[in-house]
Design a protein. Structure first.
Length: 186
């Protein structure tokens, strides 16, 4: 684990990168270092919390789906330490429910994987919404609608799979299989 030194804090903004994909962390970490950040890398929420302690990073890129606690837990804790931290959620399991929760907990932007360093850098710089964003007119497919509904009910039950399965009227294992699949795009 890396300690955050006073020199790093004063000369380069600290970027905490938390993702269980070690190769992705290494590539993105190198790219962000070249862009002037002092990058700290963790592969789960517990290691990230131990790394930052009581000194929250100025910037963070946090994956949602990792072993152990969800990235949402880390977002909430960093936001409590410093509401001015810029946090970007990065996930391969994008859904409306998780995006809403991440923003409510303190994230400033939400990106679906794969995202390159330039997209991450742009997202880190955003602190306000965009009123000119295109509103799509195409309705969701039934499979995507099912995915979104499952995510919404799961979020309402604080990630409790058994309770979510009971409320949705499906077997817990069936729900677990559905959650392991990647969501359809439309």
């Amino acid at each position: 684990m890396h300690e955050i030194s006073e020199d790093i804090i004063q000369n380069h903004p600290t970027l905490l990168l938390v993702d269980d994909d070690e190769l992705y962390c290494r590539i993105l970490g190198n790219a962000m270092t070249k862009r002037g950040f002092s990058v700290l890398i963790a592969h789960n929420v517990q290691d990230a919390l131990a790394m930052v302690g009581e000194v929250p990073p100025k910037y963070a890129v946090i994956d949602l789906n990792m072993p152990g606690d969800s990235g949402l837990v880390l977002i909430e804790k960093i936001h409590k330490l410093d509401p001015e931290s810029h946090m970007v959620v990065l996930t391969g399991y994008a859904s409306v429910a998780t995006a809403v929760e991440a923003i409510k907990l303190g994230a400033t932007h939400y990106l679906a994987k794969p995202a390159d360093a330039d997209e991450v850098l742009k997202a880190l710089g955003k602190s306000e919404g965009n009123t000119h964003i295109e509103v799509k007119q195409q309705p969701m497919s039934p499979k995507r609608l099912e995915w979104e509904h499952i995510q919404k009910v799961l979020a309402e039950n604080d990630g409790n799979i058994s309770e979510t399965a009971r409320l949705l009227g499906m077997h817990r294992r069936t729900l677990q299989r559905k959650l392991q699949k990647r969501p359809v795009n439309k």
